[in-house]
Design a protein around this ligand. Structure first.
Ligand code: MTE
Length: 312
């Protein structure tokens, strides 16, 4: 099922894009009018080199403003609209990522070396939070599978475990100790090896052409578009290859409500709310939730023998 593009983007942005296309067709796009349109849509100045996504399903993007102003990042606060005002305490330069566990040789790599090493591409994906809000994001990143091959995992590596940085100078909620909203920091997520190797799974370093804003998980975050947003762990500092299924943060907090798999599924409700419909940021009316968030063709085979009510 395809989502109608008018369902997703606010009408004003849709109109702006039409104007933009018309201007382009007439070859009269003076730099100033381009700048004006960019300013109107609040687009950031691009600082990454990447291959554009041809956007074959014509997904209509949420605005940069929407994507960077409504966030879940508990290390700062549980208020979605406050995160962007608090996130300046996150220092992402220098930043290293440690790789260990079942690999030939554990190593540490600098984020700048990662950006240089992997060719970046844009991936325009639907993003669906378990709380039933959704958006469409033009991520910039590279396939996690490519990174995993370079980590040289051993045959015993069946899962990949990710950890957000632990630093209570940077993250005020971590500093709150027993009063924190999440008791067991750092935030942890995990994927089964085939999920991690799926070509849709990316490590993202940017969006809308620019390096990630702190509130979106700078400098490196996971994006798994067919799973609920909590799987997309932010500000990754450690990647560990494991034999056993990792205990992810939300399962640790409430195992009856959040599982390990967290595949978007309109037929399996959250114990406290329905997952049949979702609200796209900026839209008044809800739309139907798609199985695997619309990526069924690419991912359903990985779960064909599994009862998705049990493995939720
Ligand atoms: N990663 C960390 N470290 N801390 C968090 O609180 N929230 C998750 C996920 N990654 C979270 C996290 C949840 S619940 C969602 S919906 C997405 O980040 C939100 O991503 P966004 O703010 O970029 O939309």
């Amino acid at each position: 099922m395809k989502i109608n593009e008018n369902e997703i983007t606010p009408q004003e942005l849709f109109e702006n894009r039409r104007k933009f296309i018309k201007l382009g067709a007439a070859s009269v796009v003076a730099t100033s009018s381009l700048m004006e349109l960019m300013a109107k849509e609040n687009l950031p100045i691009s600082n990454l080199t990447y291959k554009k996504d041809i956007n074959p399903n014509n997904l209509e993007l949420n605005t940069f403003e929407q994507i960077t102003s409504y966030n879940n990042f508990y290390e700062f606060t549980t208020s979605k609209t406050e995160v962007k005002y608090m996130a300046h305490t996150l220092v992402t330069n220098p930043w290293t990522i440690e790789v260990d566990g079942s690999v030939e040789k554990p190593f540490t790599i600098d984020i700048q070396d990662i950006i240089k090493k992997y060719s970046l591409e844009e991936r325009i994906y639907r993003f669906r939070c378990v709380e039933a809000w959704a958006m469409v994001v033009p991520w910039i990143g590279f396939e996690l599978g490519k990174f995993i091959k370079d980590c040289k995992p051993l045959s015993g590596a069946k899962y990949v475990r990710f950890e957000t940085k632990y630093d209570d100078d940077m993250f005020p909620d971590q500093a709150r100790g027993v009063f924190a909203s999440i008791k067991n920091y750092p935030y942890v997520e995990g994927l089964r090896m085939d999920e991690a190797m799926n070509p849709l799974t990316i490590l993202s370093v940017g969006l809308y052409g620019k390096t990630l804003e702190n509130q979106n998980g700078a400098p490196l975050r996971l994006v798994v578009p067919w799973k609920y947003g909590f799987k997309s762990i932010k500000s990754i500092a450690k990647i560990t290859f494991t034999k056993d299924e990792p205990l992810n943060t939300w399962q640790d907090i409430a195992s009856r409500e959040y599982g390990f798999y967290a595949n978007v599924n309109p037929k399996v409700d959250h114990p406290r709310w329905s997952q049949k419909r979702e609200r796209v940021l900026g839209k008044l009316f809800k739309q139907k939730t798609l199985m695997f968030n619309g990526y069924e063709k690419e991912v359903a085979h990985m779960y064909k023998d599994m009862d998705l009510r049990k493995y939720f």
